[in-house]
Design a protein around this ligand. Structure first.
Ligand SMILES: [Zn+2]
Length: 55
């Protein structure tokens, strides 16, 4: 199951998410980024970092 941790991006944040699908996971990450990090739209370079951090 794909999972993601904010800490993997060097963020001082304990958030982690899991989802059955990668697209579902990206939705959870986007919601978290918007609520907690005030990143309402994820730029392409950050998206690439997130995708490489997803396991
Ligand atoms: Zn976070």
């Amino acid at each position: 199951m794909p999972s993601f941790k904010c800490a993997d991006l060097g963020m001082d944040c304990s958030f982690m998410a899991k989802s059955i699908t990668k697209s579902g996971l990206m939705k959870k990450i986007q919601a978290h980024a918007s609520e907690v990090h005030k990143i309402t739209s994820i730029p392409a370079d950050l998206r690439a970092k997130i995708e490489s951090a997803v396991k």
